[in-house]
Design a protein around this ligand. Structure first.
Ligand SMILES: Cc1cc2nc3c(=O)[nH]c(=O)nc-3n(C[C@H](O)[C@H](O)[C@H](O)COP(=O)(O)OP(=O)(O)OC[C@H]3O[C@@H](n4cnc5c(N)ncnc54)[C@H](O)[C@@H]3O)c2cc1C
Length: 556
């Protein structure tokens, strides 16, 4: 029998697995964001969820759900259509965990009791979502859509009255049955067609009026959707062309007569990442749908749902950035190279500190945006309108390059599936692509500047308040204003403007709330000086040790 060269007891200089880490109490920037943005009362609950979401058992569920992706069964033995998607039990357990935490409904619970919204409800929920994405990101898609749909359903009060009580339930019910027989339901969304996802006005799916069914005006929907995520959801909001123009419809899996509705799942996408979540191509064969909102007002009706999903994209990407950074720092603490721990090597600390600055910024931006969804003032509305696309753009676009750099910090093990980095790396680009990709976010910002300049002015005024004591911010604001003027005539500067708005806004938040080492370094490297191509370049003169000490996951 051959001897192993390194019996287990001799394994040394390998970092321990990054598991059983409380994703809340180990994350200083997250805890401060939650306190600052008015959700301090959720601290205990988030702390318990952080322990669960970061536990070895939950992370193992994430691995299993991705290694055993969903499978489509189109027909049963007899050849009858069933259009069933089978998920691994781990996926259902992840859904049950996030549902029990209320990530799909906690901001709407007041609708059942008829009371005022709970202060800080969006911020608290987003903190949960930020951690759920770290536990496993794919299942967050149906959780997000189920949460977001309520904003659009409220435009059809009779439908909302029927369905909201089944959404606002913390019990996950994966059974495949008509809505009336279920204790809880989930939702999906269908806008993208083969010929266009951004340009939904070009949708070709048709809606023909039928007789009135149940609580709403019924239509027969015929056409297709090229991407329909979470196809086992109990119902979907979809866009289709009615006589009055593009309209929004509720498509349940079962018709009001209790028959399987005409949603034919053609195939599941073979995706880069996000593999635990199913995304289907679907044909609608005279599927029964109920009108939501008014005919011809499909986009204004569904946009409330879309806007909330954009918030979640930013929150989830910020969470994934945090996970990548925390794993990199964890490794650097435990791994020695040339007789010194990586965390003590100046060049490595520079890279980690530089990444930490982007994680601080992403967290600050995402939670400031979450607070705007809790507020009811004009300033909150202005912030939501302008900063949803800005935040989604910058956070979701920063996550892939940061994840790659963090993977490199872990060396060869970073590239190996067991460690989890490859899955994280494959996951992150999706948040930038779906729910409005980069250029679309920029065009949305231009629309705000063109049509609602007061929203731009209000947000800039907020940044200016923070800039009083900070000349570097003043200069950035002046540049932002000048770019905003110019962009009216030259779309080509839109990305520059959106990026500058994100950086200036993040810098203003960090200047007010973060430790001096963080805010000073962020201002010096992101708003001044030359363009950086890679992490770790251009931070030679900042207090890298202080930044990394703060970012380091506690107790890991
Ligand atoms: C994993 C996954 C799941 C998805 N799930 C769903 C779902 O459940 N429901 C759903 O409806 N959709 C879903 N989508 C679709 C997604 O929202 C679309 O892919 C996205 O909106 C882009 O649409 P498109 O693919 O048609 O690209 P296009 O619209 O063709 O855009 C291509 C590129 O052109 C850019 N672009 C567009 N217009 C302009 C312009 N005027 N100027 C400059 N650049 C422009 C875009 O930013 C993009 O980068 C999913 C996608 C993925 C990857």
């Amino acid at each position: 029998m051959s001897e192993r060269p390194f019996p287990d007891e001799q394994t040394f200089n390998q970092s321990p697995p990054f598991v059983d880490v409380n994703l809340f109490t180990s994350d200083m920037a997250l805890q401060e964001a939650v306190r600052r943005e008015a959700a301090a009362s959720a601290y205990e609950d988030l702390s318990a969820f952080g322990a669960l979401a970061g536990s070895a058992a939950a992370l193992e569920l994430g691995r299993l759900a991705n290694e055993h992706p969903p499978e489509l069964e189109s027909f049963d033995l007899r050849g009858d259509r069933i259009d069933h998607v089978e998920f691994h039990p781990a996926y259902h357990q992840l859904m049950a965990i996030s549902t029990a935490q209320g990530l799909h409904c906690s901001t709407w619970e007041h609708l059942l009791s008829g009371t005022r919204p709970k202060p800080g409800a969006h911020v608290a929920r987003c903190a949960g979502s930020y951690m759920a994405a770290q536990m496993e990101a794919g299942h967050c898609c149906p959780i997000t859509m189920t949460h977001a749909v309520v904003a659009s359903l409220r435009q059809a009060p009779s439908i909302a009255q029927d369905l909201v009580p089944k959404i606002v339930s913390r019990c996950y019910d994966p059974s495949i049955a008509p809505i009336g027989e279920k204790s809880a339901i989930t939702f999906g969304m269908g806008m993208t067609e083969r010929q266009g996802g951004t340009d939904v006005r070009a949708n070709m799916t048709r809606a023909e009026p039928m007789d009135t069914r149940g609580v709403g005006k019924a239509y027969a929907i015929t056409g297709h959707k090229w991407f329909l995520s979470a196809p086992m959801s109990d119902a979907f909001l979809v866009l289709a062309q009615a006589e009055g123009g593009l309209s929004c419809f509720l498509l349940p899996r079962y018709t009001t007569d209790g028959a399987l509705n005409g949603l034919k799942l053609q195939r599941l996408k073979d995706k880069l990442g996000n593999r635990s979540n199913a995304s289907a191509e679907v044909e609608f064969d005279r599927a029964e749908g109920l009108l939501v909102g008014e005919e011809g007002r499909g986009i204004p009706t569904i946009i409330d749902m879309v806007t909330l999903t954009r918030l979640d994209c930013a929150v989830s990407s910020a969470g994934l950035m945090r996970l990548a950074l925390a794993r990199a720092i964890h490794h650097a603490r435990h791994r020695s190279v040339f007789q010194r721990r990586l965390i003590d090597q100046p060049l490595m600390v520079q890279v980690l500190a530089d990444m930490a600055l982007d994680v601080e910024a992403a967290t600050a931006l995402a939670f400031r945006l979450a607070r705007a969804f809790d507020g009811e003032s004009e300033s909150d509305a202005a912030y939501r309108r302008l900063m949803t696309p800005v935040t989604k753009y910058w956070v979701c676009k920063t996550a892939p390059s940061l994840s790659y750099e963090a993977m490199e910090c872990v060396g060869g093990n970073g590239y190996v599936e067991d460690g989890g980095f490859p899955r994280l790396y494959r996951e992150v680009p999706v948040n930038a692509i779906w729910e409005g990709s980069g250029n679309v976010m920029c065009l949305d910002v231009l629309r705000v500047i063109e049509r609602e300049p007061y929203s731009f002015d209000k947000v800039v005024a907020e940044i200016e308040t923070a800039a009083r004591a900070e000349p570097r911010l003043k200069e950035a604001i002046a540049r932002t204003k000048s770019l905003a003027q110019g962009v009216r005539h030259d779309q080509a500067t839109a990305r520059t403007l959106v990026e500058l708005l994100a950086l200036t806004s993040a810098a203003s938040l960090l200047a007010r709330y973060a430790p001096h080492a963080v805010s000073d370094a962020f201002l010096a490297t992101r708003l001044q000086g030359s363009w950086r191509d890679t992490y770790g370049a251009g931070v030679a003169h900042v207090d890298t040790s202080a930044i990394v000490a703060r970012a380091a996951p506690q107790h890991s």
